[in-house]
Write a protein that binds this ligand. Structure first.
Ligand code: SER
Length: 324
């Protein structure tokens, strides 16, 4: 990790909250500046270190924050996810792309040294091989979100080649977390199910029973994010984005896992427009490049993820500090 400070953009989001907490514990609270246009629902993010109210679509304000805090590494997580983006395509394109250019240009002009920017399994589409999807393959996304991530990956690689910008990226699968809520994704059902199972004993899933998707527990995702950003530049030869795998399961399989803990749990299926998005994405991911280049290894499978999710959300309900 370089000598300057770290800025997390999108610190109120599903990934941002946990990334800020982990970075602060690893590198020191005062070195990690959390920022977002909204206030994080998790108090620790605001109380535990510096916080800046930042609209990423204001490049002057971004520059102000970067200079004020002597930032050299930026984790740029602000984005509109797949389901929400389908409802506001132009706004999604503007947010996802304009903000990326602002951050890439900061590095191009020597204001920061390193960038982490997330991509997604959404870069793939219906023509992509569905099982064990390779690193290099057909990418014809059918969502606005996927188009923005695919274009973003290419711009990252371009800035790296032409201007020497040190940008690193991961294609996240669906992320499962208990500290912060997901927002507007197609994979959000895999978080909602645990809350609903504990609170109501039933859940109406918006995907079909057999909609298999790649997923990952947040602890693994955060570790991957910090690992890839932290290692020597020479170990990151891919400057578009790395495939990353944790586990793969269907709604029916996760429901069965929940039932091992809550036998009376009932799952019904009411597929909506998100089913079409899910059907266009891979079922499983080949992440051998990430394993070979920077030693990636996931720790959580469906069983372990479900145990932790149920245990942690149960605690939240009991202490009624529920943020959902
Ligand atoms: N979890 C994201 C979504 O569903 C995929 O990157 O939009």
């Amino acid at each position: 990790m370089a000598a300057g400070n770290i800025l997390v953009i999108g610190a109120a989001g599903q990934i941002g909250v946990e990334l800020v907490l982990q970075l602060r514990s690893q590198f020191g609270a005062s070195r990690v500046i959390a920022s977002d246009v909204r206030m994080p629902s998790v108090e620790e993010v605001i109380q535990g270190g510096p916080f800046e109210n930042l609209n990423i679509l204001n490049d002057q304000d971004l520059l102000r924050v970067v200079e004020k805090h002597n930032i050299d590494t930026v984790y740029h997580l602000a984005a509109m996810l797949s389901a929400t983006a389908e409802k506001q395509p132009e706004k999604a394109w503007d947010l996802n792309m304009t903000s990326l250019f602002y951050v890439l240009d900061l590095a191009k002009h020597g204001k920061i040294k390193r960038i982490f920017w997330p991509s997604s399994i959404a870069v793939f589409g219906p023509t992509t091989p569905r099982h064990n999807t390779p690193q290099l393959t057909i990418c014809e996304p059918s969502t606005v979100y996927g188009i923005s991530k695919l274009a973003g990956e290419q711009w990252c690689s371009y800035y790296h080649e032409k201007f020497g910008v040190d940008v690193r990226s991961i294609r996240y699968p669906g992320l499962i977390s208990h500290k912060s809520a997901p927002g507007g994704g197609t994979t959000d059902y895999a978080v909602e199910i645990f809350h609903e199972a504990l609170k109501h004993g039933e859940y109406a899933c918006f995907l079909q029973a057999d909609a298999e998707l790649p997923m990952m527990f947040m602890e693994d995702a955060i570790r991957a994010t910090i690992e890839i950003t932290d290692i020597e530049a020479s170990r990151v030869p891919i400057r578009t984005s790395y495939n990353l795998a944790g586990m793969s399961f269907t709604p029916e399989q996760i429901a069965n896992e929940v039932r091992k803990h809550i036998p009376e749990f009932r799952m019904t299926y009411e597929p909506d427009f998100r089913q079409q998005i899910a059907a266009s994405w891979p079922a499983s991911i080949d992440d051998s490049a990430a394993r070979e280049h920077w030693g990636w290894q996931a720790n959580y499978d469906l069983k372990r993820t479900s145990e932790v999710m149920l245990q942690e959300i149960r605690k939240q309900i009991q202490s009624s500090r529920v943020t959902f």
